[in-house]
Design a protein around this ligand. Sequence first.
Ligand code: ADP
Length: 193
Amino acid sequence: MSRFVVLFGPPGCGKGTQAARLKDALGVPHISTGDMFRDHKARRTELGQRVEAILAAGQLVPDGVTNDMVRERLGRDDARKGALLDGYPRNTDQAEVLDGILRDLGRAVDDVVVIEVPRKELIDRLVKRGKDSGRADDQDPKVIENRLEVYRAQSEPCIGYYERTGKRLHRIAGVGAVDEVTGRILGALGVKG
Ligand code: ADP
């Protein structure tokens, strides 16, 4: 089942966890812009040093930088048949750029999966992940609040964008066991797990 799937939802909704499971079922690479930025940061690349403070504050990396990174990634061979995009797009300008990138490749976004989780549970999960993983942007309650606000103000409008542009949009309850959520997503996508 090769296609381009956008995995969408607020910080802490489980995009990364689900993507790791879905990529094998879908047979496409998992492309996480957050992971890519953290990898740059860990390797102390020029890009990593440029984005470090932005990540720590829970702000969005400037679109130009993010779009170029995704364009390069989607141009690689392993993404020819499809990809699971996690954390991108994060605003409607990025959503339009993604449409353009895929158009240039003769493809399009096939499905948008929105993982929905109540705000209180998101905060609990992010605080726990901060303790378990030490991730810099999960340490400070103010940064967590800020990321949720950035999501509400800048990212959530992407859902309306995808509705307007007629994409297949699947709203999935992101609560319950991890396996159950995976099952719901695969069911919505019509893929056997
Ligand atoms: P989460 O969704 O839990 O906040 P991510 O790993 O998806 O975590 O993203 C971590 C950070 O990486 C974001 O807060 C932001 O600073 C940066 N980032 C990731 N994706 C994008 C994007 N598409 N545009 C701009 N910044 C991004």
